[in-house]
Design a protein around this ligand. Sequence first.
Ligand code: T46
Length: 135
Amino acid sequence: MSSEIIFNEIKDSRGVLVSFEGNKNIPFDIKRVYVIKNVPGGMARGGHAHKNLKQVIVCLKGSCDFDLVEAVGGRIIKTTHTLNSHTTGLLVENRTWREMKNFSEDCVLMVLASEHYSEDDYIRNYESFIENSGN
Ligand code: T46
């Protein structure tokens, strides 16, 4: 199930360092990293799920909300997560519908992905996503 991961900060007199390592504090091999920023006020993103892709999303600056829908033990579970810290990552499992909203103007997201980019991996129809989520 999707969940939040807490990352350690390494602080010294020179500042702060946070490390993200595949198969250590990130629970998969990292094949791709991308950044989302400059989202206009009121704009939503997402509106899809992925067949195989798992991701950890880290908010490096500002804030935004993720609405997730996924099937757990045959039941549809809906959760909302506010991302506003570089020490918290949101693990989004495959076959999880996501809507992203309430972006602050300064929001910067870093996304660590388990797969290379593939349009074929997207599930874009919410009704068929729910039907195929098994309940
Ligand atoms: C998710 C959220 C956080 C690429 O060319 N390479 C990439 O790695 C990605 C992710 C996208 N693209 C292209 C495909 C579209 O033409 O960039 C454009 C925007 O992508 P998309 O509409 O998928 O962006 P979001 O913000 O709706 O969703 C993305 C991820 O797809 C999604 O898995 O969790 O960011």
